[in-house]
Each structure stands twice: as structure tokens, then as C-alpha cells.
Design a protein around this ligand. Structure first.
Ligand SMILES: [Ca+2]
Length: 176
């Protein structure tokens, strides 16, 4: 006799890739969403489905949602580090929080920089060369005005893929 496993059972048995702090990229307060007019850019994209636009589609990489991982993350080309991903807001806005979700707990950034654009230049807001957080980075800061946030992925934790960079989502919030 063949036992059938329903999709629901299959999903329930999946182990989530990671448990990060609770956050909801689909929130109406997330200024980075494409649906709010923000646009995503990256230094490069891997062939296939892992485009920059996946940085602000509101979808996180989560195994419990099935096989969507490759469809909800940005992945760089395999050219040398560093790689970067950027969200451009439709206009200069006051922001106070950025949330960066890694796409793969084995392939997170052990070294990174978070920058905001001030006029024509980028200003480094946070920097870590020994990051050990493989899930969700939450950055809060005094409110500032900018129209672009850039995450520079400098070093991949996965030794077998030194040139790869990937992110699930970048969220940007105002003061509240
Ligand atoms: Ca996404």
C-alpha cells in the first residue's frame, strides 16, 4: 500500500531555515517595497531567477513556504567580492531603521557595510568585519534623510562560494 503525504503535511515537516526577530516586510510601513515605488539595484545578478527585484518584493526566504527560496532572493554573479544591493526610494525620506534578511544561513555576510546616500555620495552607517548573525540584521539609528540604502556584501561565510552574495530582502522604515 502506498502512503500519500499531503502538501500540508510536507510543509509542516519542513524545518525553517532560520528564526530571526519578528518582522513583516509586507507591512504598509516598509518604505522599501516595490509597491511603494522603491526600486532595487545590485552590482550584478546571477543568471536565472535571482534578480535584484527580489530584494524588495516583500517575500522572505523561508523553507516552510515551500520551494520559493530561489524565487525570493537576490543572488550576485560569481565575480569577486564585494557585491552590493541597493534600494532607491522614490524621493528623499526620513528613515530610522533598516532590516536586512540573509537568504541562506550558510551563505551570510561575515563582513558587510550599510550605507545611505547623502547627495551624490554614500555614507557608511554601520560596518562589521566579524559578523556572526546569519539570519536578520536590524539596524536602528537616529532619523536621517536619504533616498537610497546600500548593503555591501564583502565576505561570504560559505568557504566553497567565496564570490557569492545573496539576500532575501531589504526593508526600510521611518520613525514609527
Ligand atoms: Ca525577497
Amino acid at each position: 500500500m502506498t502512503e500519500e503525504i499531503s502538501d500540508e503535511e510536507r510543509k509542516a515537516a519542513l524545518v525553517p531555515l532560520y528564526e530571526g526577530p519578528k518582522h513583516d516586510p509586507m507591512s504598509d510601513k516598509n518604505l522599501a517595497l516595490a509597491s511603494k515605488g522603491a526600486k532595487a539595484f545590485a552590482d550584478s545578478e546571477m543568471n536565472g531567477d535571482c534578480k535584484a527585484e527580489k530584494l524588495n518584493d516583500g517575500l522572505l526566504c523561508d523553507a516552510s513556504s515551500g520551494d520559493v527560496m530561489s524565487r525570493t532572493r537576490w543572488h550576485s554573479a560569481l565575480t569577486p567580492q564585494p557585491h552590493w544591493a541597493e534600494i532607491r526610494l522614490p524621493k528623499v525620506q526620513k528613515i530610522a531603521k533598516v532590516v536586512v534578511s540573509f537568504a541562506d544561513p550558510g551563505g551570510y555576510a561575515t563582513a558587510y557595510e550599510l550605507q545611505v546616500k547623502k547627495g551624490d555620495r554614500y555614507e557608511t552607517l554601520r560596518k562589521d568585519d566579524q559578523n556572526g548573525n546569519n539570519s536578520v540584521l536590524t539596524f536602528t539609528f537616529d532619523p536621517l534623510e536619504t533616498d537610497a540604502v546600500r548593503f555591501i556584501f564583502k565576505k561570504n561565510a560559505a568557504p566553497q562560494y567565496p564570490n557569492a552574495a545573496q539576500l532575501g530582502e531589504i526593508e526600510i522604515y521611518g520613525e514609527n
